[in-house]
Design a protein around this ligand. Structure first.
Ligand SMILES: Cc1cc2nc3c(=O)[nH]c(=O)nc-3n(C[C@H](O)[C@H](O)[C@H](O)COP(=O)(O)OP(=O)(O)OC[C@H]3O[C@@H](n4cnc5c(N)ncnc54)[C@H](O)[C@@H]3O)c2cc1C
Length: 240
């Protein structure tokens, strides 16, 4: 049993931004697809895609696919993540993978910062692990024993999203109104994709980065600070 740390890897993605640029060019050209393939230079692709992005011609971004390997996250996080329906998921099963002998778990920062809270939290995790093992010892199958496992339980998930869904996901989940764990994950995912498809993700992040805050009365009130933070973060990734 130990506290788990977030790990995000970009496992696979479509080649640069080429496919989306080709799809965009096709809409405005008389040429055959064969003739269009390869004629769009990278610099031109980027300019063209930035223009399509600004114009809201977002369907071309559906041709860009990104697959992430995500570890060290809680079941509380993945419950929120899988609410995003335009995506594909494969998650470690608690039916086929038993948690005998203990499980790793996520410690929220507020708990980690409170020594008394952390002691209590660790004790609860240890108690759950012990009771889970006790059920397993009675012959209760893993698919039933898992009902006592906590939201904090560490899990692993592979996620594929297209660029259009990612832009939407970042608007909602990089926002300060999103829960801290999924916000951390979304921000890490954004850093990864900004490197490989900069013109698509250059103004990605919470809604305040590219426009006005969509949270109304619930706004965090830090739009300008967040705009600066995300713009700088993305530029650092692109220039790195
Ligand atoms: C800050 C925050 C708090 C939240 N709190 C809660 C909560 O308390 N309780 C709760 O249950 N959920 C909550 N959610 C989850 C939220 O309601 C959405 O389920 C989740 O964010 C997925 O977003 P989505 O439906 O826009 O996106 P996706 O599923 O990613 O879909 C992308 C877009 O596709 C379109 N789309 C997809 N499916 C359909 C469809 N069937 N019909 C029409 N259009 C579709 C929509 O335009 C949608 O925005 C919260 C989310 C956030 C960010």
């Amino acid at each position: 049993m130990s506290a788990a740390m977030l790990k995000v890897e970009l496992l696979a993605h479509t080649e640069g931004e080429k496919t989306a640029a080709l799809a965009g060019k096709l809409c405005y050209s008389d040429a055959s697809i064969g003739d269009l393939t390869g004629v769009v230079a990278v610099a031109e692709q980027r300019k063209f895609l930035s223009m399509l992005n600004r114009a809201g011609h977002h369907s071309v971004f559906e041709h860009l696919s990104f697959t992430f390997g995500i570890e060290g996250v809680s079941r509380a996080l993945t419950h929120q993540l899988v609410r995003h329906r335009i995506a594909s998921y494969s998650q470690k099963s608690q039916r086929y993978v038993a948690h005998k002998g203990g499980f790793d778990y996520i410690v929220p920062p507020a708990v980690a910062a409170d020594s008394e809270g952390l002691k209590k939290y660790s004790k609860i995790m240890n108690n759950i692990a012990r009771e889970y093992d006790a059920l397993a010892a009675l012959g209760i199958p893993a698919e039933d024993a898992r009902y006592v496992l906590p939201n904090a339980c560490e899990t692993k998930i592979i996620v594929t999203m297209n660029a259009r869904e990612l832009l939407h996901f970042f608007r909602l989940r990089c926002c300060e109104r999103a829960q801290w764990e999924i916000r951390e994950l979304a921000t890490e995912m954004l850093k990864k994709v900004a490197r490989v498809a900069p013109s698509v993700f250059t103004a990605a992040g919470p809604s305040c980065v590219s426009g006005v805050c969509s949270e109304g009365k619930m706004s965090c009130g830090h739009a300008s600070r967040n705009r600066g933070k995300f713009t700088e973060m993305i530029q650092t990734e692109i220039n790195d």
